[in-house]
Design a binder for this molecule. Structure first.
Ligand SMILES: [Ca+2]
Length: 245
């Protein structure tokens, strides 16, 4: 079963990379605004260079906050910010932070093929000073899930009970916004996103149809053979009868 994991697939070189792209959506359009790609990757500039982040062209570390962050180490890293707040970055985890102007941080999954996809996601506040954040899952500008996080460590999960049918190249966006308090302070949010493609969901009717078609031809051929052999025997029988008669 093909599987994609936001944290396992994280690229330190390319954006987009494979099915994932990182970027933002503007404030004031809820979560359906135009997606803009982040443009550069920077390591934390002080003592935590193992934490890196993708930012847009107007953002660097400790400016607007808007980015997608990644802990490159297989262990938790506790980052003490210059303003004394603390963020616990989970081992090899991806985190998202909205902009101080209300822009949304977006991780976009682009479906590589038509199929039925299963989404398994968890969003968790990792700032010690966390207040309110909003998290969203949007498919083709249709909101599949929208919920608020409140306070340090708050965590919410979304898993499709069934699968959702997605066509090739359609996007599913995983989004973190400023939330109910309408400010971005302490909104750093861990994002675990795992996606599975169910196999043979689309192909199976085609295969079943092909098998049925082939069986139909074989069955028809057998019937025709029986019919012609029967007719042949009957004609021979008639001919014999006439000669005798
Ligand atoms: Ca907030």
């Amino acid at each position: 079963m093909p599987t994609w994991s936001l944290s396992s697939d994280f690229s330190l070189i390319h954006n987009p990379s494979s099915v994932w792209s990182f970027g933002s959506k503007p404030a004031g359009h809820h979560v359906t605004g135009m997606f803009s790609l982040f443009t550069h990757l920077d390591p934390e500039p002080n003592d935590y260079s193992e934490i890196i982040a993708w930012f847009g062209s107007d953002t660097i570390w400790y400016t607007h906050g808007l980015g997608v962050y990644y802990n490159t180490k297989p262990m938790n890293i506790i980052l003490k910010e210059p303003n004394t707040n603390i963020i616990t970055f989970t081992a090899n985890g991806v985190a998202m932070h909205p902009g101080d102007d209300g822009r949304f941080s977006v991780v976009r999954f682009t479906a590589p093929k038509d199929g039925n996809y299963v989404l398994d996601t968890t969003f968790t506040h990792i700032h010690n000073c966390a207040l309110y954040s909003g998290v969203y899952i949007v498919y083709n500008n249709l909101t599949l899930w929208e919920i608020g996080l409140a306070g340090p460590g708050d965590s919410k999960s979304f898993k499709t009970t069934d699968s959702i049918t997605v066509r090739a190249n359609e996007p599913i966006d995983f989004i973190v916004g400023v939330g109910l308090d309408n400010i971005s302070n302490c909104d750093m949010t861990l994002a675990r996103v795992d996606i599975h493609l169910l196999e043979n969901q689309i192909e199976s009717p085609v295969i079943a149809g092909s098998i049925g078609f082939v069986l139909g031809i074989i069955f028809t051929t057998i019937l025709l053979c029986i019919y012609y052999r029967y007719r042949g025997n009957r004609q021979n029988g008639n001919a014999g009868y006439e000669v005798i008669g």
